[in-house]
Design a protein around this ligand. Structure first.
Ligand SMILES: [Zn+2]
Length: 198
């Protein structure tokens, strides 16, 4: 969506939707939400961060789902299936990448922030992701790596991963990872935006 439309149009439409759902879902005022979430990030301006955060975590899950579907339909395409087919790797492509020496790791089942989940759902997110990796032939019994969705993790998440034999996990903390001192399940890393070109 961010690539398809001007960010202020997207924010306006998102807020129009919030107005519609406000009473039914007991939403807070737009002023409150803006105060909490409209702050510039490392790579994005305040409005972009506001839209991202509202649709990732700021609004109740049911409202996020409805709004994302509506906005996607309006600004990107009504044909989600074709869009998905063109954009994402297929299982066959993933197998080929692995055969060529690339490593495919775990990123949760549906990109939910793992630090917001109850233990049962946390377990399901990890197991379902590992199941997918097994299916594409990744040897998860001996070695597997997690990239936390949105970088979100806490002690409970880290311990759950440790119990399941996770080898390494990467956060979104921006720093060199010193493997002799860092917790292997809390490794910092650089964003591609931080790597100098040329
Ligand atoms: Zn992600």
């Amino acid at each position: 969506m961010l690539a398809s439309v001007d960010i202020s149009d997207l924010a306006r439409q998102m807020e129009a939707g919030m107005d519609r759902f406000s009473e039914q879902y007991g939403l807070e005022s737009i002023t409150e939400y803006r105060k909490r979430w409209a702050h510039p990030g490392r790579f994005d301006d305040a409005t972009t961060m506001y839209v991202k955060r509202m649709l990732q975590i700021g609004l109740p899950e049911a409202v996020r789902g409805k709004l994302c579907r509506e906005l996607f339909r309006r600004f990107v395409t009504a044909d989600e299936a074709t869009f998905v087919e063109e954009l994402y790797c297929t299982e066959e492509q993933l197998r080929l990448m692995q055969a060529c020496g690339m490593y495919i790791g775990c990123h949760g089942d549906n990109h939910t922030r793992l630090d917001t989940l109850e233990p049962i759902e946390l377990d399901r997110q990890i197991e379902s992701s590992l199941e997918f990796l097994r299916m594409i032939g990744s040897p998860v019994e001996n070695f597997w790596v997690m990239s936390y969705p949105h970088g979100a993790h806490n002690t409970k998440v880290v311990e759950a991963l440790r119990e399941k034999g996770c080898s390494f996990a990467v956060t979104i903390e921006s720093a060199h990872a010193d493997l002799s001192t860092c917790d292997p399940l809390r490794l910092p890393r650089f964003d591609t935006n931080e790597i100098p070109l040329g």
